[in-house]
Write a protein that binds this ligand. Structure first.
Ligand SMILES: [Zn+2]
Length: 121
């Protein structure tokens, strides 16, 4: 397993993800693993009760951006975790069964936290 190659790819991806996330929101000052989408003046709990015609477009647009931010945030945290594992010398082990993750899986996704068998768990 060529860890240096994965580390390079992961660092590159972390940089890109950070830039994308910065364009959509900002890091939560209280939690470096959490990103807050810009324009979140209303809480999600309120949006269910608001007038559907009131700022519907804004809400929809915010919802879309928020969904993208969430996806990127998951990816961002997986990449960060993978880099921490490289530092800790435990990179490439499945989080479920602790077997080595298949190289084909790591080539497709260097941040994969599990082997192919456990990828949906
Ligand atoms: Zn596994």
């Amino acid at each position: 397993m060529d860890i240096n190659k994965y580390e390079r790819d992961l660092k590159e991806e972390l940089k890109l993800l950070t830039e994308e996330l910065k364009s959509l929101g900002q890091i939560n000052p209280n939690n470096p693993n959490d990103w807050i989408t810009k324009g979140n003046e209303e809480t999600n709990a309120d949006s269910d009760h608001s007038d559907p015609n009131d700022n519907a477009d804004d809400q929809e647009e915010f919802g879309e951006r928020n969904a993208i931010t969430s996806d990127l945030e998951i990816r961002f945290n997986n990449v960060k975790k993978a880099l921490q594992k490289i530092e800790g010398g435990i990179y490439g082990k499945c989080e479920v069964c602790e077997e080595l993750i298949e190289e084909e899986r790591l080539n497709a996704n260097p941040a994969a936290p599990t082997c192919i068998k456990h990828m949906n768990s």
